[in-house]
Design a protein around this ligand. Structure first.
Ligand code: OAD
Length: 258
């Protein structure tokens, strides 16, 4: 059989060397790194069916955060606030991790030091199988007693309008961070450290407008990390990052993690 031999060196000289695409550059940086930090936001769960907060179909387009997500709102009308959380818990109970969550599970398996910082309260990273997770805004499936402070997992969906603590009967609240509240200082410190020490930081599906999480990309960049952003649209971080990949996380992330 005749099999022509192609002289690839002459070929390259003729066409010029192929420039790697931004996606290839980002994937290569990730493949070479042994310290990786990831920051995720609502956009990573959008393809699982979880509503985001901002943008055309965002929750904050239909609801006012000051009515539902502040300590004052809870003090004023706890049943209204709980109704909103009961609704969100019911909705998220029907959602499953998507290929973007799965890509992070695969990445964690081969990176020596991997920290996943998430602003999401939906628990989908944990459900997918990610292990080293910092949930900076809490978790919708955890409840906290306003009287004795006991914190525990509560997955039941048909909770009463004013759920009570299993330990002391006190009034429970969702274990999420509301506007005007401080983040858990130990979790925040660990997130800061991961951002400051990583070689590559990946920022996925966040509008990057809510501090202090939004500042983590700058912390990483200033400490010398290569910063990659994945989002449907530009964000306040886009100018500062090394590579900005525009598109759906569920499509881009599996390619990045390959
Ligand atoms: P946002 O709703 O503010 O932003 C979601 C981001 O995801 C936007 O920039 C979208 O462009 C992007 N996005 C949407 N779908 C995507 C997809 N399929 N692939 C990639 N990107 C996509 O959500 P967060 O940035 O997470 O706080 O919001 C931060 C915080 O504000 C939340 O944690 C919440 C909220 O108030 C608390 O609950 C305390």
């Amino acid at each position: 059989m005749f099999c022509p031999k192609i002289d690839t060196s002459r070929h390259a000289a003729y066409f010029g060397p192929m420039e790697p695409t931004p996606l290839q550059i980002a994937a290569q940086r990730l493949a070479q790194a042994d310290k990786v930090a990831v920051l995720t936001g609502a956009g990573i769960s959008a393809e699982s069916g979880v509503p985001t907060f901002r943008g055309a179909d965002g929750l904050w387009e239909k609801y006012r955060p000051e009515d539902l997500a502040t300590p004052q709102a809870f003090a004023r009308d706890p049943e209204l606030v709980w109704r909103w959380y009961h609704w969100r818990r019911g909705l998220i109970a029907e959602c499953f991790p998507n290929p973007a969550h799965q890509a992070l599970v695969n990445m964690e398996k081969r990176v020596a030091s991997f920290t996943l910082i998430t602003q999401n309260v939906d628990g989908l990273h944990r459900l997918a199988g990610s292990r080293n997770i910092l949930e900076v805004h809490g978790n919708l499936w955890m409840v906290r007693c306003t009287a004795c402070g006991t914190l525990y997992e509560q997955r039941e969906l048909d909770l009463p309008p004013r759920p009570a603590c299993r330990e002391c009967g006190g009034f429970l609240r969702p274990h999420v961070v509301w506007f005007g509240e401080s983040l858990d200082s130990r979790i925040l410190e660990a997130a800061w450290q991961a951002a400051a020490q990583c070689q590559v930081m990946l920022v996925v599906g966040t509008s990057a407008v809510v501090q202090p999480a939004a500042g983590l990309a700058s912390v990483a960049k200033q400490a010398g990390a290569f910063v990659i952003e994945v989002n449907l649209e530009p964000t306040p971080n886009s100018r500062e990052v090394d590579v900005s990949l525009m598109g759906k996380a569920g499509e881009i992330m599996p390619q990045l993690a390959q």
